[in-house]
Structure formats: structure tokens, C-alpha cells
Design a protein around this ligand. Structure first.
Ligand code: FES
Length: 165
């Protein structure tokens, strides 16, 4: 599937079109934000809250509350692939730090950073429900567990080669 992006020009009409589909469903704010983030290169432009609010009537403060509270959202540019390393205790005690270090060293970024080519963003997250096979990470919407530093780097390489998309 071809991924569409409105990040380059921050196409406000596309943001408005998404919000308009939920004009009478203000309880769908989470879905609205997910769709906008998906079309805008894994981040939500700052102008989006104003547009969503003007179309749906949802207060801007509430919209910003969602964007800043939920870790899945970001108003800062992020990579095409979001790598989320679980940092909760069960993963931590079986080597999550070493896995994150290996990924970061391989990509040349620290947690919270994005590679220069815009392909990967590395972040930490809380438990993703794979504790029994820790350590675990999410890449985009998929979970991977039982990782070692070596297997984690191999996994990243498979994304670089396009085989894991
Ligand atoms: S603690 Fe890492 S998946 Fe649950």
C-alpha cells in the first residue's frame, strides 16, 4: 500500500477533510487524531488542533490534552517507522536497555531522536503486553519480542530492506 503523506506541505485541506468526516461525532477524537497523524508523516501539525476544533466543536484544549497525554501522538516530526522500546520492569530486567542501545548505536540515534533520512524514530514506551517473552518492542503497529541486541538490529535491517513493512 502506498503511504500518503501531507507532511511536506502540511496540507490543511486534508486535515480539514478528515475532521469533517467526524463533524457530528466529537467522541471520535482519538480516531480523528490517528488518521491525521497517519496522513502527516507520524506527527500532528500544530495547526491541526485549531482546524479540528473549528469543524467539530471539540475544544482546542481537549485536543491538545490528547496529543500531549497519549504517547502514540506527537506534534514533532517523526520517522516513517516508529520504534518503541518497552522500558517497563519485566523488559528492563531481561535486557531492554541493551536492545535499545544496540538499535540506537546501529541507527546513530538516541531515544527521542529520528534518523537523518527520516526513516526511523526511536522512543521508549510502557508495557505492550508481551512481558512473557520480554524484551519487547513495537515497530509501527506490530510487536516483536524475545529480542537480543543482535536480533533487534537484524529486525531493523529487515525494515531497511523493505521486507518487514
Ligand atoms: S514489560 Fe515489556 S512488554 Fe510488558
Amino acid at each position: 500500500m502506498q503511504e500518503q503523506s501531507c507532511q511536506a506541505s502540511v496540507d490543511m485541506s486534508r486535515i480539514a477533510a478528515i475532521a469533517a468526516r467526524y463533524k457530528d461525532e466529537p467522541d471520535q477524537l482519538m480516531r480523528i487524531l490517528l488518521e491525521i497523524q497517519s496522513c502527516c508523516g507520524n506527527s500532528i501539525p500544530r495547526e491541526a488542533a485549531t482546524i479540528i476544533s473549528s469543524i467539530t466543536g471539540i475544544p482546542e484544549a481537549k485536543i491538545w490534552g490528547y496529543i500531549t497525554f497519549y504517547a502514540m501522538f506527537s506534534d514533532k516530526p517523526r520517522g516513517k517507522h516508529i520504534i518503541r522500546m518497552c522500558k517497563s520492569a519485566p523488559c528492563h530486567i531481561v535486557g531492554a536497555q541493551a536492545v535499545a542501545q544496540a538499535i540506537g548505536d546501529y541507527l546513530g540515534i538516541a531515544p527521542g531522536q529520528t534518523t537523518e533520512d527520516g526513516m526511523f524514530t526511536l522512543e521508549y514506551c510502557e508495557c505492550i503486553g508481551m512481558c512473557d517473552t520480554a524484551p519487547a518492542i513495537m515497530i509501527n503497529d506490530s510487536a516483536y519480542s524475545g529480542l537480543t541486541p543482535e536480533s533487534a538490529v537484524d529486525l531493523i535491517k529487515s525494515f531497511q530492506q523493505g521486507g518487514a513493512e
